[in-house]
Design a binder for this molecule. Structure first.
Ligand code: NAD
Length: 468
């Protein structure tokens, strides 16, 4: 049984009560996490405020070295962390699963450690010298979701540390264990109070809500649903917090008439089904030109049939269960509604427990719930179109604007279509491939701000201009 305490001010912090964390593959209890309330949050913020006094004054190369030390710690504990992720999240150890997630966390941490935001001289002449400095904002509150618990924690924490901020992180109550362990490991190489973790069950004392309103927290970096992101924004207004909001998506993929169905099938599948579709920037709607629609559907079905689905701990599994009951119920409803209107090409009915087989449903259109709503699971709606202009209009006719993709043998033609999509990232002949040197974020309802690269790092700083 996995069981970890909070880490506050560099020390293990016991709370009287705990809550169960379930293994989605088996339904059994995978571990227990502490229930923290306002008192623990206040203690964590106070510790981070104290640590900020020194950490914010630390030399840039020391901040870099500290982030590199954290990266080395992740590498040292890679297997242990992967096991914890699979136990609580359900994704397989194998494939694009938990080992891959830990590898990604390590790669992001290492790359981000190497970034810096040096002072810029804006002017230096007889009229004076003007310098632009980047200053840490203070205590950063990080609120993470359950789909990539470790990777997203790293996406939040490392840029904050690298720019001289201190952190209080709160993982999803569905996947708190890997973050609790990660913060323990980080604290082996960081000064006390620089990274603190609190966990709770979203019950009476909603920790995320308390964090968004907390006067000691200067910035919230939040990854999660649009609805919760709006709540964060509302409660952050009072204290004028800096915000990075990475919210939900409903990414469209558009297959142009000249694409080769056999060549793109594997990429299309993983674009939609990475992490069992529980990925913010997964392809969640697929628009296919009528001239190759049937061939694309057939190639997708053929590839999807080769993917083994099973218990995440089983080395043979490439996809696992859906992570939680609420998500499974939402997916079941959307697929049931879509099945009445469209043609179920594969899957279509819930499996045992939280399992749900990869599902492909054609014959749908905008206005159908599986197309319009974010399914966040292994079911892809396919929409036939005859005019590319219509496909672009349908892709853009959604409040979300996270990512999009265009599939074609003519890269230039695809790039032109891609640039007309209303979203923060566009991929040609692939989907959802984020990387640490490229800013990533949503437009429209998908959020505010970006992560990754120098632009992502800047979000953890305030500008101070020095005129002399
Ligand atoms: P969620 O919004 O339910 O929860 C996210 C976090 O917010 C959790 O830690 C939760 O405990 C916390 N929370 C709950 N109530 C809160 C409140 N009132 N104030 C502040 N925080 C509160 O999201 P989820 O179900 O965990 O994650 C799935 C969603 O996240 C999907 O919509 C997905 O698209 C999105 N997502 C977006 C990105 C991105 O980078 N854009 C990445 C991953 C997931």
């Amino acid at each position: 049984m996995l069981s970890f305490e909070l880490t506050i001010d560099g020390k293990a912090h016991a709370t009287g009560e705990t809550f169960d964390v379930l293994n989605p593959s088996t339904g059994e209890v995978a571990g227990r996490a502490p229930i923290a309330g306002k008192a623990e949050l206040d203690a964590a913020v106070a510790a981070a405020e104290r640590a900020f006094k020194t950490w914010s004054q630390t030399a840039d190369d020391e901040l870099k070295a500290a982030c590199e030390a954290v990266t080395a710690k992740i590498a040292e504990h890679a297997d242990e962390l992967a096991q914890i992720i699979t136990a609580e999240q359900g994704k397989p150890l194998n494939g694009l699963g938990s080992r891959w997630e830990v590898g990604g966390a390590q790669a992001w941490a290492g790359y981000t450690a190497g970034l810096s935001l040096p002072m810029k001289v804006l002017q230096d002449n007889n009229e004076g010298r003007v310098e632009l400095h980047r200053k840490p904002v203070g205590v950063v509150g990080s609120i993470t979701p359950w789909n990539f618990p470790l990777m997203i924690a790293i996406w939040h924490v490392i840029p904050a540390l690298r720019t001289g901020n201190t952190v209080v992180i709160k993982p999803s109550p569905l996947t708190p264990l890997s973050t609790l362990r990660l913060v323990q490991i980080m604290n082996e190489v960081l000064p006390a109070g620089v990274v603190n973790v609190v966990t709770g069950d979203d019950g009476a004392e909603n920790l995320g809500g308390l964090m968004s309103a907390h006067p000691g927290i200067a910035k919230i970096v939040f990854t999660g649903s649009c609805a919760t992101g709006q709540k964060v924004m509302r409660s952050a207004a009072e204290t004028m917090k800096r915000l990075t909001l990475e919210l939900g998506g409903n990414d469209a993929g558009i297959v142009l008439p000249d694409a080769d169905p056999a060549q793109i099938a594997e990429g299309l599948f993983w674009g939609g089904f990475i992490n069992n579709g529980q990925t913010c920037a997964a392809m969640k709607r697929l628009y296919v030109h009528e001239s190759i629609h049937d061939e694309v559907c057939a190639a997708l079905v053929e590839f999807a049939k080769t993917i083994p689905v099973g218990d995440g701990m089983d080395e043979g599994s490439i996809l696992g269960p859906v992570q939680n009951r609420m998500q499974h119920e939402k997916l079941s409803r959307l697929v049931a509604e879509a099945s009445e209107k469209g043609d179920v090409l594969l899957g279509g009915a819930p499996g045992e427990g939280l399992f749900f087989p990869p599902t492909l449903i054609a014959g749908l259109q905008n206005g159908d719930s599986l197309v319009d709503e974010e399914q966040f699971g292994p079911a892809l709606p396919i929409i036939k179109y005859s005019d590319v202009e219509d496909a672009i209009a349908m892709a853009n006719a959604n409040p979300a604007g996270l990512g999009g993709s265009v599939w074609s043998s003519d890269i230039e033609a695809a790039r032109k279509v891609g640039q007309r999509l209303e979203c923060g990232s566009v991929w040609i002949n692939k989907h959802g491939m984020v990387q640490p040197n490229a800013p990533f974020g949503g437009v429209k309802a998908s959020g505010i701000g970006v992560e990754f690269g120098e632009e992502g790092l800047e979000e953890y700083t305030n500008i101070q201009v020095l005129f002399s």
